[in-house]
Design a protein around this ligand. Structure first.
Ligand code: GLY
Length: 411
């Protein structure tokens, strides 16, 4: 969520941006973070009107082309729409967005105590976490503490990780897993690190560090592509299976998993300043940037090893997460991740991926993928694609403003 430092290489960036824009399409040349953010608030304003009328949280559109709301029970995506409202409150300072975020996040407040779900970090950090950062509301802080404590209940010291799915029901019970951990769960660690900062209790960060270290050891292949699911023996901590659930194959590279990895290790570095996390994030990012099957516009296919490339769906959500993560990574690294992040964001802001006003059921981005193996949410808008896109735009705006200030100060 936060980027606190900025490198002083603004001039070079500015020049390369100017050179790049000379050979860009009109769409891309017209791009500025402010224009894209202005559109994001206009489009989300329409989505908000529909959501208020239904009094439900928008998630995506279904196979028939109708709005699909988050489930009434727990839904891992329920925090993203209120999270987008918080980001738009941050951008516009318009109280309407704060009220919307508060209204919709309140709907799942009770879920903080549910012990069966691993996604509490996503759900609560993106909603209540942003709310606490922007308002300092003590009630939000307590909701975050409760969610973090529930999440700690899923930590197994023999494994050193927080368990992802329970395996006693649903499709997860049919895979023969004992203690599955998915790469996505790196994203829970932001809530835990943040809780140690705001409570002064080290126990949350200790669990986060253990989870990050065990994941670093077991989830990555030598080339820095990642497994989606590592299944552990809950007594010995040994790896039982290296599998996928949402990727093309056990040995393939699921695009969003790679994105969660960069984001996850970048945030580990933010809180610990341990260089091994920075190196890990750089290596995952470099793997993506140099991948021969990454299309020229920087928006990946849903899996880097999908069998029909180039005739495979793209995943704009993976691109948005990657761009946002790379903008933060750039502030810590000696390498340039800004150029790639900006390239991705410009592509997302183009007509190829951004909907026309009032279309796409009022979501911002088109062309994301939920899970192809589950035949679910293929080539659709997704609330988390929009959330990470708005986050990336805010980060880009801040970065460019700081670059401009640095140039002004050095003249
Ligand atoms: N479980 C989060 C995702 O689909 O990326």
């Amino acid at each position: 969520m936060r980027i606190s430092t900025i490198k002083k290489c603004g001039l070079l960036m500015m020049i390369s941006t100017l050179v790049l824009s000379a050979c860009q399409s009109k769409d891309e040349a017209d791009f500025t973070p402010d224009k894209a953010l202005h559109f994001a608030s206009k489009q989300t304003n329409r989505l908000l009107a529909v959501a208020v009328k239904a009094d439900k949280i928008p998630r995506t559109i279904d196979a028939k082309g109708d709005m699909h709301w988050t489930h009434d029970g727990f839904d891992w995506t329920e925090g993203f729409f209120p999270g987008s409202c918080w980001y738009l409150f941050e951008y516009t300072n318009n109280k309407k967005w704060q009220e919307a975020a508060e209204h919709f996040q309140q709907k799942f407040e009770d879920h903080r105590l549910l012990p069966y779900y691993h996604d509490l970090g996503f759900v609560f950090n993106c909603s209540y976490g942003n709310g606490y950062r922007l308002t300092g509301n003590e009630h939000y802080k307590q909701m975050l503490i409760d969610a973090g404590n529930t999440l700690l209940g899923r930590f197994n010291p023999n494994v050193g990780c927080i368990r992802s799915w329970d395996v006693d029901k649903g499709w997860q019970s049919k895979r023969g897993w004992e203690f599955p951990v998915i790469i996505d769960n790196m994203m829970n660690l932001e809530l835990l690190f943040e809780l140690s900062d705001i409570t002064g209790d080290a126990k949350y960060a200790q669990v986060a560090i253990s989870h990050a270290d065990v994941t670093m050891k077991n989830h990555f292949r030598n080339d820095m592509s990642s497994y989606h699911v590592i299944d552990y023996d809950s007594i010995t901590g040994e790896v039982r299976n290296r599998h996928t659930a949402q990727g093309f194959a056990h040995e393939s590279e699921w695009a969003r998993g790679q994105a969660w990895g960069i984001y996850g290790y970048t945030l580990c570095y933010r809180y610990t300043k341990n260089p091994k996390y920075l190196k890990q994030a750089e290596k995952i990012a470099d793997y993506i940037i140099n991948h021969p099957d990454l299309p020229a516009d920087g928006i990946p296919y849903w899996d880097y090893d999908a069998p029909q490339i180039p005739n495979e769906p793209r995943d704009a959500s993976a691109a948005a997460i990657t761009a946002s993560a790379m903008l933060e990574l750039h502030t810590y690294s000696q390498k340039d991740y800004f150029t790639e992040a900006r390239r991705i964001i410009e592509s997302l802001a183009s007509d190829n991926y951004t909907a026309k006003h009032g279309q796409n059921h009022n979501f911002i981005l088109k062309h994301s993928v939920g899970s192809i193996p589950h035949n679910n949410e293929i080539d659709v808008p997704l609330n988390y694609a929009d959330y990470y896109y708005i986050e990336a735009l805010l980060r880009l705006k801040n970065t460019e403003e700081k670059q401009t200030m640095n140039i002004a100060q050095s003249n």
